[in-house]
Structures are given as structure tokens and as C-alpha cells.
Design a protein. Structure first.
Length: 305
């Protein structure tokens, strides 16, 4: 396959991933409204993805799988990231949840600065300013600072998910030598663990799992296969395209989500959310330049003989 066709395929992979995640809220919400909770959905769907992934990548696991301690925090962070996102879109406004989740470049910039001691560029500080402004525009409402700050659970689930995603990305730089399939498996198991912990905490594990039959079971299986396929095609896109281009294409998720939420749920964004969303999306487009490049070291001039 020539380079042009490879790039076209990679772009298609990135757009397909954006489309899937822009629509993923709908089946999760449908299951939630049918009485199958987000925790039960996360547990079963990601166990299906993990089981299928284990079969599909068994040779990779057999050759390269090894335990490193950093896999545990990665599983926890990415697990909560996906779990909180699906919980938020199950009960909150879809676009509001996505926009708050897309604040991850802000948290990535801060964590890179604080934990990796990377020097932020001027664009990096601009990303922080734009993201913070967009967040406050979206979250602001009368009474926000008089005890009403944490009134929307979906907002804070989305924010915590974005923070977990960003911190996971920063830590994953330390695990770059581990196979992608292994890190993906830890993500799937991490989400399933979050769902299991929630069900055990509420004492609803048995009551929820008895609902796993018929239409609910079919949706769970389809979602598990879809998540696995999306992971594979997104990895292919990332392996070919520059990260900044992938980020630009993945912003199409916001468009797909806005259209699907309007058509399927009748959700409309207010002017306040359009303004905040524009700031956050613009900051995301600039996120590939948040770290300052080291200045070139001047070479000494050759001395005359």
C-alpha cells in the first residue's frame, strides 16, 4: 500500500473512532434507562472487550506481556476515565459532558509542568488560559459560588474523567516500552474493576446481572465488540498520523455528538455552552504545542590556526 493510501486509511480510522465515541452515549443511556446501570454496563461490556482482546492478541501477550508497577495506576486512571465518562453521558447533557471532558489538554499541560518538569511554551500557557475560561463559561450559573458549585454530578464526573485521562497520558510516557495491546487490556480491566467496585459497594451485583439476557445481553455484546474494534483502528491511525493531526480529527467527535444528541435526544446547546465549547475546542487544537522546544546549543566557532 502506498503512502497516500496509508494516510487515507489512517484518517478514516481516526474519523471512525470519533464517530463511534460521538455516538457511544446513546446505547449506554438506553441501557441505563432500561434499568441496567452504568456500573453493570461498564463491568460487562469491558469484560467482553478484554476477553475478545485476550484471544485476538494472545500471541502478543505470550511474547511480550510482563508486569510493571506503573500498569496499576494506568488501569485505575484510564478505568475511571472511561467509567466516569459513560456514567456522565448516561444522566447528563451529552455535549456539556464532552466539552468538560475535552478539557484534558489543560490538565495534560499542568501535569507535564508539575510532574515531568517540562517547560511550557507560550502556546501552552495560552491553552491553559483558554481552557480555564471555557470551563468557567460552561459551568457558570447564578448561585455558582454560594454553595451550588457541585450541584451537577454529571459535570464533575466529566471533569474528573478528563483529569484522569490527562494524568494517565502523562504517566504512560514512562511506560512507552510496554506493548500497546497490554496497555489496552489494562484499560479494559480497569473500567470493569470500577464497575465491579461500584456494584459491590451498593450491594447490587446479583440484582443487576440477572438482567443480562435478551436485548440487554445483545447490546452488551455488540458494545464490547465495537469497543475492541475501535481500539484497534484508533491504534492504527495513531501509528501513522502525527499526534496533532489525530487530535484535530478526533475533535469531530464533538460534531458527531452534537448532531446525534439533537436528533436522538432533542438536546440543544445554549449560547453560553457554544462560547465555552469554542474556547475549549480551540485550546485542544493548540495542545500539540504546549511544551517549549529546547533551544539549540550554539556550536563554538572554529578557531584560526
Amino acid at each position: 500500500m502506498n503512502l497516500a493510501k496509508q494516510k487515507l486509511l489512517a484518517v478514516t480510522c481516526a474519523l471512525t473512532t470519533a464517530l463511534v465515541w460521538g455516538m457511544m452515549w446513546f446505547p449506554f443511556r438506553a441501557l441505563h434507562e432500561a434499568g441496567f446501570s452504568t456500573a453493570a454496563t461498564s463491568l460487562t461490556v469491558y469484560l467482553v472487550a478484554a476477553a475478545l482482546g485476550g484471544v485476538l492478541f494472545r500471541e502478543v501477550f505470550r511474547r511480550e506481556a510482563r508486569f510493571e508497577f506503573i500498569l496499576l495506576p494506568l488501569a485505575l486512571l484510564y478505568g475511571w476515565c472511561n467509567f466516569s465518562y459513560t456514567w456522565a453521558v448516561s444522566e447528563g447533557q451529552v455535549m456539556r459532558v464532552l466539552l468538560l471532558f475535552y478539557l484534558s489538554p489543560l490538565w495534560s499541560a499542568l501535569f507535564s509542568w508539575l510532574l515531568l518538569h517540562e517547560r511550557l511554551s507560550r502556546i501552552g500557557w495560552l491553552v491553559i488560559a483558554m481552557s480555564l475560561t471555557g470551563m468557567m463559561v460552561i459551568l457558570y450559573r447564578p448561585g455558582l459560588f454560594s454553595g451550588d458549585f457541585f450541584s451537577s454530578r454529571a459535570d464533575w464526573l466529566a471533569l474528573s474523567g478528563g483529569i484522569s485521562f490527562a494524568l494517565g497520558n502523562v504517566l504512560s510516557k514512562k511506560a512507552h516500552a510496554l506493548p500497546v495491546a497490554l496497555k489496552s487490556a489494562m484499560v479494559w480491566l480497569g473500567v470493569a474493576a470500577c464497575g465491579l467496585a461500584s456494584l459491590l459497594w451498593r450491594g447490587q451485583l446479583e440484582a443487576e446481572l440477572v438482567l443480562l439476557h435478551g436485548e440487554v445481553l445483545l447490546i452488551v455484546l455488540v458494545l464490547g465488540v465495537t469497543l475492541l474494534a475501535t481500539s484497534i483502528i484508533s491504534m492504527h491511525g495513531l501509528s501513522i498520523l502525527p499526534a496533532t493531526q489525530v487530535m484535530t480529527l478526533m475533535l469531530m467527535e464533538l460534531l458527531f455528538a452534537a448532531i446525534s444528541a439533537y436528533l436522538l435526544a432533542g438536546e440543544r446547546m445554549q449560547l453560553q455552552e457554544w462560547i465555552g465549547g469554542a474556547l475549549i475546542a480551540s485550546a485542544s487544537l493548540l495542545s500539540g504545542h504546549i511544551v517549549a522546544r529546547p533551544k539549540p546549543v550554539a556550536q563554538p566557532l572554529p578557531q584560526a590556526a
